[in-house]
Design a protein around this ligand. Structure first.
Ligand code: TXA
Ligand code: MG
Length: 321
């Protein structure tokens, strides 16, 4: 596996595009998390992504695009898709729409569904890579299935090692949580996965959103246990026991001598989202049995942070993505 220096140049991006056109896998930075990219139109490349992650085949992948033209060849855009993508692309929004009649994306990437998830990342390396590959890239988060999503190139190398052909290092991801996923398939738009683009941001553009649970169509990957560290996670902790690690939030910490990370000493939710996965990894690496996580307000981006914390705390055993 080749890992580029931080901020790879156009040569490195050109080499990565060649790897992708040849059916290989390239991990690349986006503004949310690192993606494990392969040619979305190549069945073998898509199968290789599932194998590298150990991901269940029923869990579909997002196709990443560099232009609206590319997106419209993949999926049928209704008026709500037009408005949302106009407002938020490029950016941390994934839309799920019906597959277009001549959609070139591998059916494997859609896990047999007649819908497709599409996103245009807001990152210069991702943008250049997709453009130079000249095709949509299927890219789940670049972590082994069920683990914590990677927000640095080092996280990708630790988790996937030689299962990825090349890693483009763009430094730490600015947002740190995966994109908001909205289904635009008949009826009312549904929020399938909360993200840093909040429910209120979306509702300003498309009106009230239904929740995934309100309808049978859910994100097949939204399994209960996900983002799981090795340690157990204890949520809404008001105090910390000896031998536990503390995942803190805000200025007022309970007394504690052991490993501690503060998501945001000033109580800023955007900062907390950006720190969440890297801090969970560091506390996990300290070898504690339990991480006590202080409460996070359920407002704005807090909804997405709490979603990830609840999945990280869920009983294990179910495969994640
Ligand atoms: O920020 C992100 O979205 C990152 C970066 C790399 O773009 N990608 C990412 O991919 O988080 P992944 O595979 O880890 O999560 C994709 C989510 C899963 O919950 C999956 O089930 C859902 O999107 N999804 C994909 N296609 C779908 C479809 N056709 N219908 C419903 N849900 C779908
Ligand atoms: Mg993932």
């Amino acid at each position: 596996m080749t890992r580029t220096p931080v901020l790879p140049d156009q040569d490195a991006i050109g080499r990565a595009a060649g790897v992708l056109r040849g059916g290989g896998l390239v991990a690349f930075p986006t503004e949310t998390v690192y993606g494990l990219g392969g040619d979305a139109t190549n069945d073998d490349a898509v199968a290789r992504i599932f194998a590298a992650k150990g991901r269940p085949r029923f869990n579909p992948l997002i196709s990443h695009v560099a232009s609206l033209d590319m997106a419209r060849r993949l999926g049928d855009f209704g008026p709500v898709a037009e408005r949302l993508t106009e407002a938020f692309w490029p950016g941390p929004l994934t839309i799920v729409v019906p597959r277009a009649a001549r959609c070139p994306v591998s059916l494997l990437a859609s896990a047999g569904l007649d819908t497709i998830a599409i996103r245009m990342p807001d990152h210069p390396i991702a943008h250049a890579l997709i453009g130079r590959a000249g095709r949509p890239l299927a890219a789940p988060s670049a972590n082994p299935s069920g683990g914590i999503s990677p927000t640095t190139a080092a996280h990708v190398a630790e988790g996937l090692g030689e299962r990825v052909d090349m890693i483009l290092d763009g430094g730490p991801c600015a947002l740190g949580l995966e994109s908001t996923v909205v289904a635009l398939v008949g009826g009312v738009p549904r929020l399938l996965r909360p993200g840093t683009l909040t429910r209120a941001d979306l509702e300003r553009i498309c009106g009230p959103l239904a929740d995934a649970a309100d309808n049978a169509v859910q994100a097949p990957g939204m399994l209960k246990s996900h983002y799981a560290p090795d340690a157990m996670l204890r949520l809404n902790a008001a105090d910390v026991a000896a031998g536990e690690a503390l995942l803190a939030f805000g200025p007022d910490l309970p007394p504690h001598d052991g490993p501690t990370e503060n998501l945001s000493p000033s109580g800023n939710l955007l900062e907390a989202a950006a720190n969440l996965f890297a801090m969970l990894r560091r506390l996990d690496a300290s070898g504690v049995g339990t991480i006590a996580a202080m409460p996070i307000p359920q407002t704005g981006i807090g909804e997405a942070i709490n979603d990830r914390l609840q999945r990280a705390a869920a009983p294990r055993g179910e495969p994640g993505l």
